[in-house]
Design a protein around this ligand. Structure first.
Ligand code: GRF
Length: 218
């Protein structure tokens, strides 16, 4: 982890939980896939007991797809344009996940808002990473929102997914100060570095809770 800036991660999780058999996860991603890559690397180096069963992407041009191909990870492209409506698109994703015997759904840069039907199909088994300190700056362009707001601190959050966008109980957050020299690129870079720290640890924590009968916080 880059030590050139000060940050705070909470809760402090120093080690990954052990999973035997490995925790079966699916990744939903729409973009570059640097978070996905971090998970591939941890899995390949046997530092983290996860089995990335599948990548689902809604973008046939996405960088995450190349990463899956390069690492021999199964993938499926499910694009809205191939379906008559959003419900059929989501149904295809639900069916694909169910067929793959998945324990945890990880949204790692998934740029589609999903319906309650989808969220409830995997209740308490979906997590999402978001580039802000939730509940501030939900939705799109969260980093830009923080800058426009004149925020002095920002960061990223991993949370269980609820039907309401970017809600649900928080698992981990990372925070750092925004300096006068910062801009959208430098902040995005720092956020990515921190996401690569907290997403794997949040998967570890969520997997542990799920294997122990997690039924949510309500
Ligand atoms: C992350 O910043 C995430 O918070 C946001 O999309 C970005 C994904 O980055 N929702 P990458 O595709 O994993 O590089």
């Amino acid at each position: 982890m880059d030590q050139s800036f000060n940050y705070l991660i909470s809760p402090e999780i120093s080690k990954f939980r052990n999973f035997s058999p490995k925790l079966k996860i699916v990744i939903l991603a729409s973009g570059e896939g640097s978070n996905f890559q971090k998970l591939i690397d941890l899995s390949n180096s046997n530092k983290f007991d996860i089995d990335i069963k599948l990548l689902i992407t809604n973008n046939s041009e996405a960088g995450c797809l190349l990463r899956a191909k390069k690492s021999n990870i199964s993938y499926k492209i499910i694009q809205t344009s191939d379906y008559d409506n959003k419900e059929y698109f989501e149904d295809e994703i639900i069916n694909t996940i169910k067929k793959n015997d998945i324990e945890l759904v990880v949204m790692a840069g998934w740029m589609k808002i999903m319906s309650s039907k989808f969220v409830n199909a995997f209740k308490n088994k979906i997590i999402n990473i978001h580039p802000s300190l939730l509940p501030s700056f939900k939705g799109n362009k969260a980093i830009k929102q923080a800058i426009t707001n004149g925020s002095k601190i920002t960061g990223c959050s991993v949370h269980f997914v609820e039907p309401e966008v970017d809600s649900g109980s928080l698992i981990m957050q990372a925070a750092f100060s925004i300096s006068d020299q910062d801009n959208i690129d430098s902040i995005s870079k720092k956020i990515h570095l921190l996401e690569h720290e907290i997403l794997p640890k949040s998967i570890s924590q969520a997997g542990y809770l799920i294997r122990n009968g997690f039924k949510g916080n309500d």
